[in-house]
Ligand binder design. Structure first.
Ligand SMILES: O=P(O)(O)OC[C@H]1O[C@H](O)[C@H](O)[C@@H](O)[C@@H]1O
Length: 433
């Protein structure tokens, strides 16, 4: 991936970063890079994620999924980092596969039921994914999916692959039923595990090129260097950190490609859960170009100067002509294609923010294919690790999510948790019709 930070410079936007400030920040980037490289060399928790292009073996994943490789659909039962990486890849590449990839990463009963009812279960595979093996939503959904298969008279054990840690309920289930299984990589937090057994099972069943994904990631890994002026990933991570330090605490992730819509959701977890600590961090907003020009652009161009926009663009895409029209005012469209219209809208939106002095950064991909996608995933992970070093936070833990889990468990009678008692003490001020 390439990055263009020109519209984040102080000469263009407010808040903005001066070239001098970037040069000063580059010294911290160099130190952070040293720390990152040491962490990678020692395979330290979290930093190990940046070794995945070398550590992940596509053959191991492909042979594990071989028994279900002929599936017409694959249900991935997981949540957070155990679903979003795979979903980003299969949604981005959906046009290249006949296999339907769906993700059960919520416990909305109507939604789960409607998804299951639409599937030919006898030709559907299941990948249940959980690093801990104890995530309530994942286990609950797996029990529901298993029951649906049994009720339909389909042997779920023939169609299930488990991705989990060395121990825990899912590992026990896998052993008990002698299911094909893959181990989640040690030292890699879920939100950094897209390029591993956690994120590559559904893409493998969908027939996507795992080697190309990892080659793209490896090329991005090779670009990591001690200067933000030589490394696109670090340029992005450092610039977002510097913009936040100057008041742009909201980062709107706006891919100009429908196939990258899910990547904004993946990015939101990566950025929020890695950097949102010690009263620090940036708020990621999931958005989509051109669509959100008609919903959020007004705020980005004329609202508070507390945000910046990250555009993700692609140079190549399948195109389609816009037919001629007899509507005089729209005649100009008849000479264009949809791709030309999308590009013109992106350039116009990018320029409209710059004209209003609103910071924005462009991430450029050649196209949406496995190689470029692997580079993008890796690049954003490396940018996040760098930003975490600059913020001085613990990028790889997420202690704040535990409170609600304990409260949930207490509310369902899973043990005595003071968090559950706190739920009952909610302050109320109800306004009713
Ligand atoms: O893979 P699992 O152990 O099921 O965890 C799934 C997700 O839930 C956790 O609460 C964390 O917030 C996420 O970082 C993680 O990806």
């Amino acid at each position: 991936m390439n990055v263009d930070i020109g519209n984040a410079l102080a000469s263009v936007s407010a808040p903005g970063v001066s070239r001098g400030s970037l040069e000063a920040l580059d010294e911290q980037v160099a130190a952070a890079h040293e720390r990152i490289e040491t962490g990678r060399a020692n395979r330290e928790h979290g930093y190990e994620a940046l070794n995945l292009p070398d550590r992940t073996d596509p053959e191991t994943i492909r042979s594990a999924v071989e028994p279900i490789a002929d599936a017409d659909a694959i249900i991935t039962v997981g949540i957070g980092g155990s679903a979003l990486g795979a979903a980003t890849i299969t949604d981005a590449l959906a046009g290249e596969s006949e296999t339907e990839a769906i993700y059960l990463d919520n416990v909305d009963p109507e939604w789960v039921s409607s998804r299951l009812e639409r599937l030919p279960l006898e030709r559907t595979a299941i990948n249940v994914v959980s690093r801990s093996g104890t995530t309530a939503e994942t286990l609950a959904n797996f029990l529901v999916v298993r029951d649906a298969f049994e009720s339909a008279g389909v042997d779920w054990t023939d169609r299930t692959i488990v991705t989990t840690g060395d121990s825990g309920p899912l590992r026990d289930l896998s052993d008990r039923h002698d299911l094909p299984s893959l181990k989640v990589p040690d030292g890699v937090p879920g939100r950094f595990s897209a390029l591993s057994s956690v994120g590559l099972v559904a893409p493998a069943v969908c027939g996507h090129d795992l080697e190309a994904l990892l080659e793209g990631a490896a090329a991005e890994a090779d670009s990591l260097s001690g200067s933000l002026f030589e490394c696109p990933a670090y340029a992005y991570g450092a610039t977002t950190y510097a913009l936040d330090a100057r008041g742009a605490g909201i980062n709107a992730m706006v891919p100009y490609s429908e196939s990258l819509e899910t990547s904004a959701e993946w990015f939101a977890q990566l950025w929020a859960e890695s950097l949102g600590k010690d009263d620090l961090g940036q708020t990621p907003v999931r958005a989509l170009g051109v669509t959100d020009q008609h919903s959020q652009l007004q705020l980005y161009r004329a609202g508070p100067r507390d945000k910046f926009v990250t555009f993700v663009t692609t140079r190549q895409r399948r195109d389609r002509s816009i037919p001629e029209t007899d509507v005089e005012d729209l005649a100009y469209l008849g000479d264009a294609t949809l791709g030309e219209l999308l590009e013109a809208e992106f350039e116009a939106t990018e320029a409209s923010l710059a004209a209003a002095g609103r910071p924005n950064v462009r991430i450029e991909l050649e196209s949406v294919d496995e190689y470029e996608l692997g580079g993008f995933l890796y690049g954003m992970e490396a940018a996040c690790v760098l930003a975490g070093e600059l913020y001085g936070v613990n990028t790889f833990e997420q202690p704040a999510v535990e409170w609600a889990k304990k409260a949930t468990r207490g509310l369902l009678g899973g043990g005595a948790f003071e968090e559950a008692e706190a739920v009952a003490e909610k302050t109320e001020l109800r306004i009713e019709r």
